[in-house]
Design a protein around this ligand. Structure first.
Ligand code: NAD
Length: 483
């Protein structure tokens, strides 16, 4: 296949801007250069914040219905570009195109459309007092929102933040991950042609530390930051943003448990576990890479899970038959492999994978790793505690609910979990006791946009989704009306 050559630009004040310094973009499946993107420095960040500040006056006053009209056009245009966006996401991330064709782009459009509708239909609080006074609450836009996103599901993350930020009347500067700049540029083009007013959405590319990311977190013209990324980065951003007291929402790392009780439907448990382990090559914050299996079915589950994993097809992400794509970058592949080496140095056993697949050129130069299953681990082992963010999972037996919960909760993270059982009472008990912002019972990665999304412990601060996004992206103002 002919490699593309993307010439990514910033999008500032309604114009596509070259910038001065450029960095290369690599296709994870071959490590070929597939384009370049500009690195935003102080000048571009400042221009974007100024454009957003300028646009805020009209956009914040436009009214929810007018914003909905514009955002609906944006969502429709996203759908109209579905094929293009599916391919771009694969060029950016290395994820199999079949995963992008399974509703990914529909969800991008829904992220925009849902919040546009929500902003029009939500009401507000009013408290008639005995004195005859009425207190009521206005929800008003905050200002300029910096949206800082990671590389693993880049367009999903971007739209998940752009949708509510804009629908509730804020203006935006998006800083996409440096490893995946193409999708954000494409979304800006789509927004532009759909008629988003200049300066309402701005995109500045670049890196984190001492680059566009850090500059945004310090900029006095930015009032709020919605950040998704590593927990360590969240801590740095919190420090940087403290000087100007910005409002923060953090969606951070995860190390989800996938608890499979002996009474679970085994076929279904295997299918769900395949997805929660290897969706997006395991580069997924919501993944469930710690499989905990009740002892009576441990051997049978493990055998079936290994057999099902062996059926996965690793390779060319553009091939519709491929089910596991490439990891984002050589350094990340190395980091993921280092955890396999760590496991090798302990009592653990690698029962599947652990090596790279033998692929034909040009994919022999890509960042591929065979899906890897590790057993014989202890809960405190590093492979069970730290976020690996790749197709590497551990499977361990447990005895009874209490032990399962103790292991599941014995990590620093608390983003998501999967519970698989036919016993309704147990499902409800375990879901209630687990430290996680989201728990799936006998399923994985299904979420209504109205529910709160976010993590406990080191997995985040705050929630977004439905009225939780409304709360983050608006100021609540109390008005007291006298009689
Ligand atoms: P990262 O923290 O390295 O980078 C995320 C973004 O922050 C990038 O745009 C990066 O340029 C920017 N950044 C880095 N340092 C910065 C700084 N000092 N100041 C400002 N911006 C900075 O994360 P990543 O490697 O891109 O993504 C993987 C991580 O994201 C994993 O930990 C994963 O669990 C997490 N994640 C969480 C969720 C969630 O919803 N909780 C979703 C997806 C990914």
């Amino acid at each position: 296949m002919q490699s593309p050559s993307f010439h990514v630009q910033h999008y500032i004040g309604g114009a596509f801007v070259e910038g001065t310094r450029r960095f290369e973009i690599f296709y994870p499946a071959t490590n070929e250069i597939i384009g370049t993107a500009p690195e935003g420095r102080a000048e571009e960040v400042d221009a974007a914040v100024q454009a957003a500040t300028h646009a805020f006056a009209a956009w914040s006053r436009a009214g929810a219905a007018e914003r909905r009209r514009v955002l609906k056009a944006f969502a429709d245009a996203i759908r109209a570009h579905a094929e293009d966006l599916e391919r771009i996401e694969t060029w950016d991330v290395g994820r199999p195109i079949r995963e992008n064709r399974a509703g990914y782009v529909q969800r991008l459009a829904a992220n925009i459309e849902f919040f546009a509708d929500f902003a029009v239909t939500h009401g507000s609080e009013a408290y008639p007092m005995d004195s005859g006074y009425i207190n009521y609450v206005l929800r008003q836009p905050v200002g300029v929102a910096a949206l800082i996103t990671p590389w693993n599901v880049p367009m999903l993350q971007a739209t998940w933040k752009i949708g509510p930020a804009l629908a509730f009347g804020n203006t935006v500067v998006l800083k996409p991950a440096e490893l995946t700049p193409i999708g954000a540029w494409k979304l800006a083009q789509i927004a532009h042609s759909a008629g988003l007013p200049p300066g309402v959405l701005n995109v500045v590319h670049g890196f984190g530390p001492e680059s566009a990311g850090a500059l945004l977190t310090q900029h006095p013209g930015v009032q709020l930051i919605s950040f998704t990324g590593e927990s360590t980065t969240g801590k740095i951003i919190m420090g940087a943003a403290s000087h100007t007291l910005k409002r923060l929402s953090f969606e951070l790392g995860g190390k989800g448990a996938n608890i499979i009780f002996a009474d679970a439907d085994l076929d279904r448990a295997v299918a769900i576990s395949l997805r929660s382990s290897f969706f997006n090559q395991g580069e997924f914050c919501l993944a469930g890479p710690r499989l905990l299996v009740e002892r009576p079915i441990y051997d049978e589950f493990l055998q079936r899970f290994i057999a099902a994993t062996q059926q996965l097809r690793v390779g060319d992400p553009m091939d519709p038959e491929t089910t596991v794509g490439a990891l984002i970058a050589p350094e990340h592949l190395q980091r993921v492999r280092s955890y396999i080496d760590i496991a090798r140095g302990t009592q653990a056993e690698i029962v599947l994978g652990g090596d790279q697949p033998d692929l034909p050129a040009p994919f022999n130069r890509g960042n591929f790793l065979n899906p890897t299953i590790i057993v014989g681990v202890q809960p405190q082992d590093r492979v069970c505690q730290e976020e690996i963010f790749g197709p590497v999972v551990t499977v361990a037996p447990f005895d009874g609910e209490e032990e399962a919960l103790a292991i599941a909760n014995g990590v620093a993270y608390g983003l998501s979990a999967v519970v698989q059982t036919r016993n309704l009472g147990r499902a409800v008990r375990v879901a209630g006791a687990i430290d996680a912002g989201t728990v799936w019972i006998n399923d994985f990665f299904v979420r209504d946009l109205r529910v709160p999304f976010g993590g406990m412990k080191q997995s985040g601060i705050g929630r977004e989704g439905g009225h939780y996004s409304l709360e983050f992206f608006t100021e609540a103002k109390t008005v007291c009306l006298s009689n």
